[in-house]
Design a protein around this ligand. Structure first.
Ligand SMILES: NC(=O)c1ccc[n+]([C@@H]2O[C@H](COP(=O)([O-])OP(=O)(O)OC[C@H]3O[C@@H](n4cnc5c(N)ncnc54)[C@H](OP(=O)(O)O)[C@@H]3O)[C@@H](O)[C@H]2O)c1
Length: 427
C-alpha cells in the first residue's frame, strides 16, 4: 500500500465534499488502487469557524508555508477559488515539486501558462478535471479519447446556475429577476451571482476546454461574452412559438487556422440534443472529424460531482507518478502556430422590435436587411397598443457585422419605436 500525503487548500463546499468522499470511500479506493490518501493539513482562512464537517482541528492552518514546507506532502488540492491568493499558492506548490489538483477555472484560465512553466521546471503535475463542468469528465475525454480527431466544434451548457434560471424562465414563464431569486433560495445561485449571469464563469471554462480541443491557446481575451440579464420572458415565449429553446451556450469553432469562441444566450432548435438539458445540468457537445458528434451530460457543479472529478485526478496523478504531460497552454499542434480569432461569425438572429403600425413599415425593414445581405427566415407580427405592433424577425445565417449595420439603420427609421432585443440563433 502506498501512502500519499495531501494538503488541502480550502475546506468550503468543495473541500468538504472531497474530505467526505475520501473518508466514506476510503476502503474502496485503497482496495482498488493500493493507495492510502492521508490528509496532512488543510489551509483555511479562519481556523475557528464553525464547520458542518467533522474534522480533526489540528489539521487546520491559516499558514500556507507550513503545508508547502511539509516534505511528506506530494499533492495539493486547491479549492480556494478566485485568483488571489490561489495563483500565488499554486505556484508555490508547483515550484516546491508538489502536484496540484485544482477545481479553480478562473485562476487556470488566467494563469495556465505560468503554471505550466512552473510544473515543467519542477516535474510536478497539474490536473484540472473539476475546473470544467463539475462531474463531467470532459478534460479526460479531450486529452485521452479524441487523439484521432480534429475537433471542429465544441459547444456546451457549462453553467448550471444560468441553465436553472433559463429553464425556469422558459417553463414557468418567470421574469429573470424572479427566476434568479428562486435559484438563490434553492442554493443554485450564489448570493453574488455576477460571475454566472454575466457569462464569466462559462468564459473561463470555454477557454480551458477549447484550448484542449483545438490544441491551440484560446485566451479569455479572445472570447466574446454576453450575459443573460437582458433576456425577457416575452422573448423566450416568442422563441418557443417559433420552435426554439433558450440556452446560455459556450461555443468554439475552428475552420482551418481560424477560431471563433463565444459565450452568449442562444436559441437552439427544440429538437437539438442540448435543448433537453434542463435545470442545473450541464452538457458538452463535441464534433470530431472521425468520431462525429459526441455529447457528455451530467451534473456540472455541487460538492459530490466536483469531488468525484478531483479524486479521479488525484488517483490519476498517483498512477502517473504525479507527472502529467497535458499541462500545456501553449500551441501543441504545430500546424496551428498562427491561429487567428474571428469576431465576425455567422449565426441566425432573433430580433424583436416595436414599430408604429403604419403601412409599408415591414417592407422598409425587409429592404434594409436585404441591403446588408441579411435574408429573413420568418416574421411574426403581434398587435400591441392602439398604433404600435411587435415584429419578430428570425434571420437565416448572417454575419454579426451585417446585423449590426442593418440594426443601426433600422434604428434611424421614424416608424421604429425600439429594437427591444437581439438574440442569436445557433443554426
Ligand atoms: N461550488 C461548486 O459547485 C463548484 C463546482 C466546480 C468548481 N468549483 C470551484 O471550486 C473552488 C472552491 O469552491 P467552493 O464552492 O468550495 O468555495 P467556498 O465554499 O467559498 O470555499 C473556499 C474555501 O477556501 C478557503 N479560503 C478562501 N480564501 C482563503 C485564503 N485567502 N486563505 C486561506 N483559505 C482561504 C475558505 O476558508 P474558510 O472556510 O475559513 O472561509 C474556504 O474553506 C472554486 O474555484 C470554484 O470555482 C466549485
Amino acid at each position: 500500500m502506498r501512502d500519499i500525503n495531501i494538503a488541502m487548500f480550502g475546506l468550503g463546499n468543495i473541500g468538504s465534499g472531497v474530505m467526505k468522499i475520501l473518508s466514506e470511500n476510503k476502503d474502496m479506493i485503497s482496495n482498488r488502487y493500493n493507495i492510502d490518501f492521508i490528509i496532512s493539513g488543510i489551509l483555511v482562512r479562519d481556523i475557528n469557524k464553525r464547520r458542518d464537517i467533522d474534522i480533526d482541528k489540528s489539521l487546520l492552518t491559516d499558514r500556507v508555508e507550513k503545508l508547502i514546507s511539509d516534505k511528506r506532502v506530494s499533492v495539493v488540492i486547491e479549492v480556494l477559488g478566485g485568483v488571489n491568493p490561489a495563483r500565488e499558492y499554486i505556484l508555490m506548490a508547483l515550484k516546491a515539486g508538489k502536484t496540484v489538483v485544482t477545481a479553480n477555472k478562473e485562476v487556470l484560465a488566467r494563469h495556465w501558462q505560468e503554471f505550466h512553466e512552473a510544473a515543467k521546471d519542477s516535474g510536478a503535475g497539474l490536473y484540472y478535471e473539476a475546473s470544467v463542468a463539475g462531474g463531467i469528465p470532459i478534460i479526460k475525454v479531450l486529452n485521452q479519447s479524441m487523439q484521432a480527431n480534429s475537433i471542429t466544434e465544441i459547444m456546451g451548457i457549462i453553467n448550471g446556475t444560468t441553465n436553472y434560471i433559463l429553464t425556469n424562465m422558459s417553463e414557468a414563464e418567470k421574469d429573470f429577476e424572479e427566476a434568479l431569486e428562486e435559484a438563490q433560495k434553492l442554493g443554485y445561485a450564489e448570493p453574488d451571482p455576477t460571475a454566472d449571469i454575466s457569462g464569466l464563469d462559462a468564459m473561463y471554462k470555454l477557454s480551458i476546454m477549447s484550448t484542449l480541443a483545438f490544441h491551440a491557446k484560446v485566451p479569455i481575451d479572445n472570447i466574446y461574452r454576453e450575459g443573460l440579464t437582458h433576456l425577457t420572458k416575452e422573448d423566450i415565449r416568442y422563441g418557443k412559438e417559433l420552435g426554439y429553446t433558450i440556452k446560455l451556450l459556450a461555443i468554439a469553432k475552428k475552420k482551418g487556422n481560424v477560431i471563433e469562441a463565444r459565450v452568449h444566450p442562444s436559441f437552439i432548435q427544440k429538437n437539438h440534443p442540448l435543448a433537453a438539458v434542463r435545470e442545473a445540468y450541464n452538457a458538452v457537445f463535441i464534433n470530431g472529424d472521425r468520431v462525429g458528434n459526441l455529447m457528455l451530460y451530467g451534473r456540472g457543479a455541487g460538492d459530490m460531482p466536483t469531488g468525484s472529478s478531483i479524486i479521479s485526478d488525484l488517483i490519476t496523478a498517483c498512477q502517473n507518478e504525479c507527472k502529467q504531460e497535458y499541462t500545456t497552454f501553449a500551441n501543441r499542434d504545430k500546424s496551428l502556430s498562427m491561429v487567428e480569432f474571428n469576431d465576425n461569425w455567422y449565426s441566425g438572429f432573433f430580433i424583436r422590435m416595436t414599430v408604429k403600425d403604419n403601412p409599408g413599415v415591414l417592407s422598409s425593414i425587409a429592404g434594409i436587411f436585404g441591403k446588408f445581405g441579411v435574408s429573413i427566415e420568418s416574421v411574426i407580427q403581434k398587435g400591441h397598443g392602439a398604433d404600435t405592433a411587435t415584429l419578430i424577425f428570425v434571420t437565416h445565417k448572417a454575419l454579426e457585422n451585417s446585423i449590426k449595420g442593418a440594426i443601426s439603420e433600422i434604428n434611424m427609421m421614424d416608424d421604429i419605436t425600439k429594437v427591444e432585443n437581439i438574440i442569436r440563433v445557433e443554426v
